[in-house]
Write a protein that binds this ligand. Structure first.
Ligand code: PRP
Length: 253
């Protein structure tokens, strides 16, 4: 079901678009960014190679390291490793997270589901998703780790800290940033099923099917992504880059 909805996104695996946020409407002094954030008077940096005095078109893109600050102004993220490409820009993430929130809202209306975020990677996704879920719900966190900061799983999933909530009889939704080999999720599902929740489903922002080592079912998928090591929007490399507002591929060995 999710894959059908995301058919258009399949092409991203072949052609990652090396752009930032594409829909900027420069040159119209009163124009607003789609979400209503003003973009006028936004300072441009000379190294963004936008010729002086040139009227910018809707196709104008931001550099990969840029995003929007809380006041709507463009801010530049400082990276110590170059970004090879941006796989999912911030506005596409925002749109998809709201679609997922709407699906959860419709399917869980009349219940008070418990959204369980897996620290640390899942925390950014959870904080956006919970604001897109329009029905009352609870949240809780647990921390698992299998990558120890690196690019490859150690193969051993460790429970670093447990839930504070008793999930027996509850409708539980696991909120994951990414399902890669599937080892983390398989481990977690086993651990939580023993506690006899009323229902147990999984919402994963990213699904890296090509990397799968164990078969695991995901109920809500944000995006299918190619087998690249991705960072941003909660995902790290060596604990860094979780702060980026988009999903990108680092130019690192
Ligand atoms: C990442 C991610 C998932 C897991 C998925 O966590 O947040 O929980 O890996 O990988 P898998 O499907 O191969 O098991 P990580 O262990 O890196 O910890 P973190 O969330 O603190 O970054």
């Amino acid at each position: 079901m999710e894959q059908r909805k995301l058919g258009w996104f399949a092409s991203l695996g072949a052609i990652p678009y090396n752009v930032g946020v594409p829909q900027i409407r420069w040159g119209i002094s009163s124009s607003l960014w789609r979400s209503g954030r003003p973009i006028i008077e936004t300072p441009l940096k000379p190294d963004w190679r936008i010729p002086k005095g040139r009227r910018l078109t809707p196709k104008t893109t931001l550099p990969p390291q840029a995003g929007f600050g809380p006041d709507g102004r463009i801010i530049e993220y400082e990276l110590d490793v170059p970004m090879k490409s941006i796989l999912i820009p911030a506005d596409a993430l925002n749109k998809r997270v709201h679609e997922l929130g709407e699906e959860i809202t419709e399917e869980y209306r009349g219940t008070v589901p418990l959204l369980v975020s897996i620290l640390k990677g899942g925390v950014v996704f959870l904080t956006d998703l919970m604001r897109a879920v329009r029905i009352p719900h609870h949240i809780d966190f647990l921390q698992l780790s299998s990558y120890a900061g690196g690019k490859k799983t150690t193969g051993t999933v460790r429970l670093l800290s447990d839930l504070g909530t008793n999930i027996a009889g509850r409708d539980v939704i696991i909120v994951e940033d990414i399902v890669d080999t599937g080892l983390t999720l398989t481990y977690l599902l086993k651990q939580l099923e023993i506690r006899q929740p009323k229902s147990l489903r999984v919402c994963a922002l990213l699904n890296k099917v090509e990397a799968r080592e164990v078969d695991v079912h995901i109920d809500y998928v944000g995006f299918e992504i190619p087998n690249e090591f991705v960072v941003g929007y909660g995902l790290d490399y060596d604990e860094k880059y979780r702060n980026l507002p988009y999903i990108g591929v680092l130019d690192a060995e």
